[in-house]
Design a protein around this ligand. Structure first.
Ligand SMILES: [Zn+2]
Length: 174
């Protein structure tokens, strides 16, 4: 995928936004073709040098940027020349989605295999065992705890899980 296509993809924009946050987004959203220094980026984008460096380091940690150090022979100062590697994005995204799917499946199983009770006054949810220990009375306010159905939450999770499995082509066998 070309840079422009990648960056017009809302999923990828969201992914980058979650990585670098709003202050880092100008850096992440404008990858130059060749090498660039952090100072050049800061000046070009009108950003604080620290914000640029922070964003670059996050990209580096996620294999989306690398740098090489060059020492200026006159001043002795080190310059960092950065290269963006956005060709790694699709793979990263997929790993991210697998992680999310695992977490959702685990959570869905927890929701499916437990009974819950609710204090409607405090909006606190208790597992069955906890509710029983409290004699089905809210430990905070003393209101009776009511059996709570989590069907809507589970439905929403099931839909999300199905969509992720679809996207990742995960076969479901039981
Ligand atoms: Zn309560």
């Amino acid at each position: 995928m070309a840079f422009e296509d990648l960056l017009n993809d809302p999923v990828i924009q969201k992914y980058l936004h979650e990585l670098v946050g709003p202050t880092g987004m100008p850096v992440a959203a404008a990858p130059p073709d060749g090498e660039v220094t952090d100072e050049e980026l800061a000046e070009e984008l009108g950003l604080e040098l620290n914000d640029v460096r922070r964003a670059l380091f996050i990209l580096y940690e996620n294999d989306l940027a690398t740098y090489r150090r060059v020492r200026d022979e006159d001043s002795g100062w080190l310059t960092y020349l950065w290269t963006f590697h956005y060709d790694n994005i699709p793979e990263n995204l997929q790993e991210e989605m697998y992680r999310l799917l695992d977490a959702l499946e685990e959570r869905e199983e927890y929701e499916r295999t437990h009974e819950f009770y609710l204090c409607e006054v405090c909006s606190i949810r208790f597992e069955f065992g906890e509710a029983m220990d409290f004699g089905f009375e809210c430990p905070e306010c003393g209101s009776p705890l009511e059996a709570m159905d989590n069907d809507r939450l589970r439905d929403a999770m099931d839909q999300r899980i199905e969509a992720l499995r679809d996207e990742l082509n995960v076969d479901v066998t039981g």
